[in-house]
Design a protein around this ligand. Structure first.
Ligand code: NDP
Length: 305
């Protein structure tokens, strides 16, 4: 499977590559690894890159993109870049400035997809996770429907091609869809989705509304200590998944990704290792070029009539 030639159509007419590259970096991993990984990812042919303000890697992703564009490896229009609005910037007047800061860090004029990261507004300010003296998160009162209207304006201004949501349940999506004066529907909902949490009900709902479900954690996450219970089962070691993989002479990771693609989900896959990136993509740009070279005007069904 090559992300270069497989796309899913979004409800606003744009296309999203069927496999995305994840850029979340656990705290203990040095930031230089993010730059290295983004360079490797573009180098092996991955074209859909998923990032977010809160990952604090946008600058590194931007550097990798620019260096690959300068080197003639890719053109801007070949890439599909997603970033996300953080919860402390949900007040409508904060949305565009926040996006503009992301664009500056990414060294881009526009992103392909901009998402509301979580349906939970937090108190604006410099602290990404503002808390009171008891350590309780400080919420803001802004309605995410007002945030959505600000995203619509960013799309109209040409700063983003498509807009969507992340970590929304069906009721929260419904609130946006039923919002009076809605101009653009969310094109996608990016949620945790994998073999142990296949989100079949949410997927059916999203499909019924022509909203693409984008899966994060599709490989069982990086098991980052700051968020993931270290006693939870390791997805890629699951015996049933391993049996299916063996039967198909594929790796468990590929089967876990293929499972999503085959049910109409766009999975993200993160890795810092080139061999894994190549495996997830399956065909390298060189393989694609080689196969493109087979074209020789042989038409098996000439329909002479
Ligand atoms: P994934 O579920 O993509 O899993 C990543 C792990 O899978 C890495 O540890 C990697 O191992 C391993 N892996 C990758 N390819 C292979 C392979 N071919 N064979 C074996 N192992 C493989 O992790 P993430 O949690 O990072 O999720 C993906 C992305 O989703 C994030 O990076 C981020 O962009 C997004 N995300 C979005 C969220 C949201 O709220 N919207 C929340 C969380 C994530 P190794 O360490 O060996 O490289």
């Amino acid at each position: 499977m090559s992300s270069k030639h497989q796309f899913v159509k979004l409800n606003d007419g744009h296309f999203i590559p069927a496999l995305g590259f994840g850029t979340y970096k656990p705290q203990e991993v040095p930031i230089s690894k993010s730059l290295e990984a983004a360079n490797l990812a573009i180098g092996v042919g991955l074209r859909h890159i998923d990032t977010a303000y809160i990952y604090h890697v946008e600058e590194e992703i931007g550097q990798a993109i620019q260096s690959k564009i300068k080197a003639g490896v890719v053109k801007r229009e070949d890439l599909f870049i997603t970033t996300k609005l953080w919860c402390t910037c949900f007040r409508p007047e904060l949305v565009r400035p926040s996006l503009e800061k992301s664009l500056k860090r990414l060294q881009l004029d526009y992103v392909d997809l901009y998402l509301i990261h979580y349906p939970v507004p937090l108190k604006p300010g410099d602290n990404d996770f503002p808390v009171d003296e008891q350590g309780k998160l400080l919420l803001d009162t802004v309605d995410f429907c007002a945030t959505w209207e600000a995203l619509e304006k960013c799309k109209d201004a040409g700063l983003v091609k498509s807009i969507g949501v992340s970590n929304f349940n069906h009721k929260q999506i419904e609130r946006i869809l039923n919002k009076p004066g809605l101009k653009y529907k969310p094109v996608c909902n990016q949620v945790e989705c994998h073999l142990y949490l296949n989100q079949s009900k949410l997927l059916d709902y999203c499909k019924s509304k022509d909203i693409v479900l984008v899966a994060y954690g599709a490989l069982g996450t990086q098991r980052y200590k700051e968020w993931v219970d270290q006693n939870s089962p390791v997805l890629l070691h699951d015996p049933v998944l391993c049996d299916v993989a063996k039967k198909n002479k594929q790796s468990p990771a590929l089967v876990a990704l293929r499972y999503q693609i085959q049910r109409g989900v766009v999975p993200l896959a993160q890795s810092f290792k080139e061999n894994e990136m190549k495996e997830n993509l399956q065909l390298s740009p060189e393989d694609m070029k080689t196969l493109d070279g087979l074209n020789r005007n042989v038409r098996y069904l000439p329909t002479k009539w």
